[in-house]
Design a protein. Structure first.
Length: 219
């Protein structure tokens, strides 16, 4: 079984698009009908996020940590206990490509770090977009790490100690631990996710704050 973990804090405006894209990826013929279980980890939600998750018949877990590392770890642990051999991670404000899961597994690696595309630049200046694209390497062996586009074999995840309980950069810490234990990591540009460039970002020091920082430089 393949598991998908989606942490969410008040994502009623975005989660449906995310779930639709993951469900489409779960139907890819290369997966050969292998079951895909989706877990949405609600972290301190007080909007309609849970109703949307339940409408799509996904597994819902609830934490009150306001901590994305805790949320991802909770979902991953649950799926591994349920028998998942592979854990794929994305974010509730992101949409995965239709071959997202198929391409992760095709590498035969212990972990796959994919790339992200910004879905809408309209909230940012042309200078921000230019600075971002100049610094981003959308190619194989890119070395970018995104919690919105990360896949890990369950055995490697456990060997590396899982996601740490950090409010940001939990993805980076896990990948560095994977490197330390000798995991085979694929740095893929064929594993793709479209993600939000919104200004009301959920995780401090995350992707949204990175874009804000580029705006400061541009000004």
């Amino acid at each position: 079984m393949i598991g998908v973990v989606i942490p969410a804090h008040n994502e009623q405006d975005n989660l449906e698009r995310c779930l639709r894209s993951v469900l489409q990826a779960a139907e890819h013929p290369i997966l050969g009908g292998e079951p895909v279980r989706i877990v949405v980890v609600l972290d301190s939600c007080d909007d309609g996020t849970q109703l949307i998750a339940e409408r799509y018949l996904t597994q819902v877990l609830v934490v009150t940590a306001r901590n994305v590392g805790v949320a991802r770890a909770t979902g991953a642990s649950y799926l591994i206990e349920e028998g998942a051999r592979w854990i794929a991670c994305t974010d509730a404000d992101s949409e995965v490509s239709s071959n997202w899961l198929a391409n992760q597994l095709a590498y035969g690696a212990d972990a796959v770090c994919g790339v992200v595309e910004v879905d809408d630049w309209s909230l940012h200046s042309a200078d921000v977009r230019s600075r971002y694209e100049a610094a981003y390497f959308d190619q194989e062996n890119h070395q970018h790490i995104h919690g919105a586009n990360l896949g890990i074999a369950s055995h490697a995840y456990l060997l590396a100690g899982g996601f740490p309980a950090l409010t940001c950069h939990e993805d980076v810490h896990l990948v560095r631990r994977l490197e330390a234990v000798g995991a085979r990591i694929a740095w893929s540009c064929s594993v793709r996710v479209r993600t939000s460039a919104r200004l009301d970002c959920r995780a401090r020091e995350g992707f949204g704050d990175y874009l804000r920082g580029l705006g400061t430089l541009a000004s």
